[in-house]
Write a protein that binds this ligand. Structure first.
Ligand SMILES: Cc1cc2nc3c(=O)[nH]c(=O)nc-3n(C[C@H](O)[C@H](O)[C@H](O)COP(=O)(O)OP(=O)(O)OC[C@H]3O[C@@H](n4cnc5c(N)ncnc54)[C@H](O)[C@@H]3O)c2cc1C
Length: 459
């Protein structure tokens, strides 16, 4: 007879590790096992370091504005070790008519930015009179209807920087449910925001711009710290899931594993593959956007503008989606006298570029960057990172999949689903949803529901 674990978590990425952390914290004696197909935990989170240049294969930072992430950092004593890059102190740029322009971060700069023409700024006020549409819309259609088409290049840049996605396909209901709720309740987004501001006028703390966080060792530090306390069985792929005598029975390539509760902390498509035989999902998979990160080290003759980096909307027709000025964001990312840029290519709109050779990528990116930044010398260090992990796209129709997940959790006792692409794609989304799953699992709640909130900063 196999041992019956209290909880089996499939996937030891950030979602699975965070869920294990919260389960242990809330119920210290619980027997939790994590099954991970790779030979390392962390999934998409993986840091890179070579010849003194330090970058990331996956996430480059997360904002310090989510209570569940703050809680994990406090619990693990990582808060003090975090490197912080405050959004308020750094510029972010958008490529606009072939030049880098600062993204406005205050009301004054919103009014004066050349990124949106005067007529476009006036048009945004029409939101106050636009009746909310009940049905889901693409982010692009929704923004154009409420605020006018002039904002679309900015939205494109934001969506590129987060989803590497296509705003004509991503669903506003799935990506920004809190904003949609606000719009419907107040009758307009601006009106809703004004009402919220009035209510919280005295709360100055909430109004500060958050900081981007990373660690001196890179983002893997968070994974390594969480993994130390977990019972993880690595190199163990789960191939089949079934119910057996009221428990969950998993077939892995290392044998059978049995548990009372099962949490799939997996990207949406991996969960769909494992669960489709129990109840057919509305789609067999969702689109995933892959990117390549080209890590480029320059001598400090490179005149990289002060700030986090830039993003390029599609209408600019550039090769590079955008680039992070990594050595500006966090200290010690490049050897002394050098700077580091990480340039992103591909995404939902240009999967064909993922097929290019390392040399073609590096040459095209250098040519592209030279038109925007003063780079008198070619990079003295180049490394092309091709992450296996892609970014799930919450496109139109995603709500049907969320509904399917809700029904699965209600009908199949002891089953919980969290992970990459269900409710969001960012690290904060993963940690938040892991905590909710852990709480539901321990209380035996069959639905995990929360009122959608407006995030103060989305991208
Ligand atoms: C290129 C890229 C850049 C990103 N940049 C940012 C950023 O800057 N900021 C930010 O907040 N977020 C960013 N993200 C998102 C962030 O990485 C994710 O939110 C997070 O890593 C997802 O964690 P997860 O555990 O849900 O999924 P994953 O990281 O995918 O982990 C799932 C784990 O499950 C395992 N697994 C899958 N199937 C099975 C199976 N059948 N059996 C056993 N194990 C299995 C996988 O091997 C993997 O380890 C980025 C993502 C990518 C890909």
């Amino acid at each position: 007879m196999e041992k019956c674990h209290d909880v089996i978590i499939v996937g030891a990425g950030l979602s699975g590790l965070s869920a294990a952390h919260f389960l242990h914290k809330l119920s210290p004696g619980l027997d939790v096992i994590l099954l991970e197909k790779d030979s390392r935990p962390g999934g998409a989170v993986m840091s890179f370091k070579e010849e003194g240049f330090q970058g990331e294969w996956g996430p480059h930072g997360f904002l310090d504005n989510t209570p569940e992430s703050q809680e994990i950092l406090r619990d693990t004593n990582l808060y003090d070790q975090c490197q912080q890059a405050p959004l308020g102190d750094f510029y972010r740029y958008v490529c606009h008519h072939g030049k880098l322009e600062r993204l406005p971060q205050s009301l004054k700069t919103v009014l004066t930015t050349p990124l949106v023409p005067f007529s476009g700024k006036i048009r945004t006020l029409a939101d106050l009179w636009k009746k909310p549409k009940a049905e889901d819309q693409s982010i692009g259609d929704w923004v154009a209807y409420r605020f006018g088409p002039h904002l679309l290049p900015l939205v494109d840049a934001a969506v590129t920087g987060s989803f590497a996605g296509d705003y004509t396909k991503l669903s506003i209901d799935a990506v920004m449910p809190g904003v949609r709720r606000l719009e419907k309740e107040a009758g307009s987004v601006l009106r809703g925001l004004l009402q919220k501001k009035k209510k919280g006028a005295s709360d100055k703390k909430k109004m500060r711009l958050p900081s981007m966080l990373n660690f001196p060792e890179g983002m893997e530090k968070l994974i390594d710290t969480l993994a130390v306390k977990c019972n993880i069985q690595l190199s163990t792929q789960v191939n089949n899931i079934d119910r057996e005598d009221g428990n969950w029975s998993l077939v892995t390539d290392k044998g059978k594993v049995v548990g009372k509760s099962l949490l799939l902390a997996l990207p949406v498509n991996s969960s769909l593959k494992l669960l489709a035989h129990l109840k057919e999902p509305p789609v067999s998979e969702i689109p995933v956007s892959k990117i390549i990160n080209v890590v480029m080290g320059f001598t400090d003759k490179a005149k990289i503008p002060y700030g986090f980096g830039y993003l390029s909307p599609e209408r600019e027709r550039r090769f590079t989606l955008g680039a992070m000025f990594t050595s500006h964001m966090f200290p010690d990312r490049a050897p002394k006298g050098h700077v580091l840029i990480e340039a992103l290519v591909g995404g939902r709109r240009h999967p064909e570029r993922l097929e290019l050779s390392d040399k073609e990528l590096a040459d095209n990116i250098y040519d592209d960057l030279c038109q925007l930044i003063e780079l008198p010398e070619r990079p003295m260090f180049t490394k092309v990172l091709r992450p296996n992990h892609g970014i799930p796209q919450l496109e139109m129709g995603h709500h049907k999949l969320q509904e399917w997940r809700r029904t699965m959790q209600e009908e199949l006792s002891g089953l919980y689903l969290s992970g990459f692409g269900w409710d969001g794609i960012g690290m904060n989304d993963m940690i938040k949803s892991a905590k909710k799953a852990a709480e539901a699992l321990l209380s035996g709640a069959r639905t995990i529901q929360e009122e959608a909130k407006v995030k103060p900063v989305y991208f």
